[in-house]
Design a protein around this ligand. Structure first.
Ligand code: ZN
Ligand code: ZN
Ligand code: FE
Length: 761
């Protein structure tokens, strides 16, 4: 029997080739009617045999385009209209809020084969894309997502491109950044004096030649500039490190193909899928051999990625070697996106600049992922992932959450969606802060949101807190570690009672101390109870002690043994002058600039400091990383003892026995590897001990400390063996990159108006 049905689809279905897919499917099944975009997604009307419509409906879900996502699909019957064909109708436009802005996607196989095919009109064209791939978020200036609202608007399409763009059966139907050599952007190669050396394909060849000669190339990529050198030339890598003031921090490597990655690293099935995905992140892999000296020194792992734009494919096709591809920025500033800015900021680093005239609207770094506990855990959520929405079960009041201070992201919640910005960086410097303001502006403009509340961290000195405080309207301060806990629960939409284990480097506690070894018990409704923490110790020198693990070690020893440590002949003292030692004594005895901390991140620093493996760290988490790498080599099953003291409602984990036995191990000549192993085992056992006291089935692990694969896997397996259900991060970074989402979800779960605000813990 002939029927007609209206089908409504909500989800990520715009800008991903969904309408051409519907068009092809309907024609295949000989159904009549139309498809159009509407403000919530896609609307379809089909007419034909009832059974065929049924089949069509099922295939919509089953065969949907790769990067699309269907949140909801429903249909209703309509009277017959007797259409003669199936068409793509013009979309209703204007005043509509989109369901999603899409992330930038890596070059698809079809586009890749075109640029490698000498008889194709896009042969060697670096700006090739289609509805299944190419730039999106990096080129959008306004919504709706239409060519006139992207940076491609200055390139009128030639007639051939125009035809592709208008043809619903074509892969480039409404591909907004569609371009070809005749009508699109092109490349130019400059030297540091801003002299134009060559353009188009010659520029590409010149750039490849320069890299092969050991020069540093600044390359304008998808979300910003990258600094590139030949990873196989030690001197080139060292030169880049010197000029970037980055002596030891691991650099990411882009390999020409998957096969060469397999030769260099161990790659699991899951890791391979990540490397080949449309998101195309940097994947942290275990090295097979140490072939690229200087790229990731003293590190068993390597951050690896594949080419993700035609430009990268073509460049690597000429270089045919792995290249270091690191962010084109100065220290922790955002990456450069404009040609002028790159010339001035990167002028002292790069020898050559390979640029083009397709503007980048906002900086978007490469994303970073590490597989842990059989999950792809995102450490840095940027290109490929942001700003894809995170779905919530319930609708939430419009909220802006401004995140933390380091690895900042901001989030906007509207309806059932939370839109988390791309990784912005540390808000230490002006350019980062401008990026932060830009991201807030972007998201509120795109989603037309005037936030009902602003959620922020408690730390009075965070730039994000100060920004929030300067706004009018209602605000919700969210304690840093509660935000971590709730960021993890947000991933699972958990609204049931749970234990939160939040371990990180530092966050501002309710008592003004530096926290970072916290356990919270949540009953599923009210503000969680602060259940347990670590015994605190001072950090002499404050922020200086965060950068120098040896200082954290001195602080803890002072807490443990008092002033007697100044008379001991400890190897810790060997790098300090007598005057510095006197300053330590004053600072610790008088409690001046020696804030107390309960942080596990700092406890890692202490152990690294005591073992002398990382007296001063170059980057956040370096000491913890060094300890993890050491411990991987340990066969230790044993642990150190610790005790848990109850003080009123609070449980305090005392590390004194652990440190005493650790020092004893050291004097006995036990290797740092074995000590590091025992230390990891101890931490995992501490989690299980507290979990058993709380006796709550669900346990959530969050905070930067859980980027430690060894600790995460030990803890989860011990917890599971004891009958707990363990939840860890996957799509949201365990580090401070997840704080803004946690602030939103905390607001959703604990601060709903009918429950009244209650900030006591
Ligand atoms: Zn494509
Ligand atoms: Zn064209
Ligand atoms: Fe944190």
């Amino acid at each position: 029997m002939i029927e007609r049905q209206a089908i409504f689809i909500r989800g990520i279905v715009q800008g991903v080739g969904f309408r051409p897919f519907v068009y092809r499917l309907a024609r295949e099944l000989n159904l009549k009617g139309w498809v159009a975009n509407n403000f919530e997604g896609v609307q379809i009307e089909v007419e034909g045999e009832g059974a065929i419509i049924q089949e069509f409906s099922l295939k919509l879900k089953a065969k949907k385009p790769l990067h699309s996502e269907i949140y909801e699909q429903y249909s209703r019957p309509l009277p017959l209209q007797g259409d003669r064909e199936f068409i793509v109708k013009k979309s209703e436009d204007g005043g509509t809020i989109p369901t999603a802005i899409l992330p930038d996607l890596a070059t698809c196989q079809e586009c890749l084969s075109e640029i490698l095919n000498p008889s194709d009109r896009r042969y060697l064209y670096p700006f090739t894309n289609c509805t299944l791939c190419g730039p999106r978020f990096s080129i959008i200036e306004a919504l709706p997502y239409d060519r006139k609202n992207t940076t491609l608007r200055i390139f009128p399409m030639c007639s051939k491109c125009e035809r592709e763009y208008e043809d619903p059966s074509n892969r480039r139907f409404h591909a907004q950044p569609n371009a070809c050599p005749d009508c699109g952007p092109h490349l130019e190669l400059f030297n540091t004096n801003r002299e134009l050396l060559s353009s188009h394909n010659a520029a590409l060849k010149g750039a490849a030649q320069a890299v092969l000669e050991g020069k540093i190339l600044a390359l304008k990529g998808i979300g910003g500039f990258q600094l590139i050198v030949d990873a196989t030339q030690v001197s080139a890598v060292q030169l880049l490190r010197q000029r970037k003031h980055r002596p030891a921090k691991p650099l990411a490597v882009m390999y020409p193909d998957l096969q060469s990655i397999h030769q260099a690293c161990h790659v699991s099935e899951m890791e391979e899928a990540l490397l080949l995905s449309g998101e195309c992140p940097i994947v942290i892999l275990e090295k097979r051999m140490h072939r690229l000296p200087g790229v990731a020194p003293d590190n068993p792992n390597l951050g690896v990625m594949l080419p993700y734009s035609p430009l990268h494919h073509l460049l690597l096709g000429l270089i045919k070697r792995p290249i270091v591809a690191t962010s084109g920025n100065l220290s922790e500033e955002p990456i450069c996106i404009e040609n002028d800015d790159a010339f001035s900021r990167l002028g002292r680093i790069a020898n050559f600049f390979l640029v083009h005239n397709r503007s980048i609207v906002r900086p978007i770094d490469d994303s970073v992922v590490r597989v842990m506990d059989n999950k792809a855990v995102i450490f840095r959520r940027a290109r490929g992932y942001a700003p894809a929405p995170i779905r919530l079960k319930n609708r939430v009041p419009s909220t802006l959450a401004v995140g933390g201070h380091l690895k900042n992201t901001v989030s906007i919640a509207h309806g059932n969606n939370v839109i988390m910005s791309q990784h912005i960086g540390d808000l230490e410097n002006r350019p980062s802060f401008r990026s932060f303001e830009r991201a807030i502006d972007d998201l509120s403009k795109f989603y037309q949101i005037v936030p009902f509340v602003i959620a922020h961290d408690l730390h009075p000195h965070y730039k994000s807190t100060q920004w929030a405080e300067a706004r009018t309207g209602s605000k919700i301060p969210v304690q840093h570690h509660l935000a971590h806990f709730f960021s993890c629960m947000a991933e699972y939409q958990n609204d049931k009672p749970a234990l939160g284990v939040t371990w990180d480097g530092s966050g501002y506690g309710f008592d003004g101390k530096i926290w970072g070894g916290e356990f919270f018990h949540w009953n599923g409704r009210e503000t969680p109870k602060h259940f347990a923490t670590f015994r605190s110790f001072p950090l002499p020198g404050g922020t200086l002690a965060i950068k120098e693990p040896r200082r954290a070690a001195i602080g803890l020893l002072y807490e443990l043994m008092g002033p007697s440590i100044f008379d001991q002949n400890n190897s810790l003292w060997k790098d300090f002058t007598a005057e510095e030692k006197r300053n330590f004594a004053i600072c610790l005895e008088k409690k001046i600039n020696a804030p107390q901390c309960t942080s596990v991140g700092r406890l890692f620093d202490v152990v690294a400091g005591l073992l002398g493996i990382c007296p001063i760290s170059e980057f956040e988490g370096q000491a913890a990383q060094s300890l993890e790498f050491l411990a991987i080599g340990s066969s230790q099953q044993s642990s150190y003892s610790y005790c848990i003291n109850q003080k009123e409602e609070m449980h305090i984990i005392d590390w004194s026995e652990m440190i005493h036995s650790l020092l004893n191990d050291q004097t006995q000549g036990v290797s740092p590897t074995e000590i590091a192993g025992r230390f990891h085992n101890t931490l995992a056992l501490i989690i299980v001990s507290i979990a058993k006291i709380v006796n709550e089935k669900r346990v959530f692990l969050s905070g930067g400390v859980f980027q430690n694969k060894l600790l995460l896997e030990k803890s989860t397996s011990l917890l599971r063996n004891s009958g707990f259900e363990v939840f860890t991060h996957e799509k949201i970074p365990p580090n401070d990159g997840g704080i803004s989402l946690g602030q939103v979800y905390y607001n959703v779960c604990c601060m709903q108006p009918n429950q009244g605000p209650n900030q006591e813990v």
